[in-house]
Design a protein around this ligand. Structure first.
Ligand code: SF4
Ligand code: SF4
Length: 121
């Protein structure tokens, strides 16, 4: 995720908040960033768990010091399209607003229909 002001990412955060992915892969040569508390997962590929605890609202709170390459290099298709000039900032923002609204709606419905939250009265 990138954070400059011309960027849609500061209004999004969906690649860090667990919506799109549940893990972010770490390159083999990258050391564990022991000064931070990423939850490292060891399966066939090293990764840290998402949602990332360093996402504050929709913005990376350790942006200047984020230790893993994937945090700097990852670009979703929408961000790539924006950077290539294939979509306007406003249209990209509309997609993010719509996606975020859908996410909120699904979360509300999951909460509402979860057996533990049913009102049996
Ligand atoms: S626009 Fe794409 S790269 Fe940027 S925060 Fe959202 S999902 Fe991540
Ligand atoms: S460190 Fe920052 S860029 Fe990397 S996953 Fe966490 S919030 Fe996203």
């Amino acid at each position: 995720m990138t954070n400059d002001n011309q960027n849609i990412c500061i209004h999004c955060g969906l690649c860090c908040d667990g919506t799109l992915f549940n893990r972010a892969n770490i390159k083999d040569h990258e050391q564990n960033a022991s000064e931070f508390s990423f939850e490292i997962i060891k399966t066939e590929k090293r990764a840290f768990k998402l949602p990332c605890s360093y996402l504050n609202e929709k913005v990376c709170s350790i942006y200047q010091e984020r230790p893993y390459a994937i945090c700097e290099s990852f670009q979703c298709k929408l961000l790539k399209a924006l950077r290539a000039g294939n979509i306007s900032f406003d249209d990209a923002m509309k997609i993010i607003v719509d996606a975020t609204a859908l996410k909120t709606k699904i979360e509300q419905q999951l909460f509402e229909y979860h057996p533990d939250n049913k009102d049996d009265s």
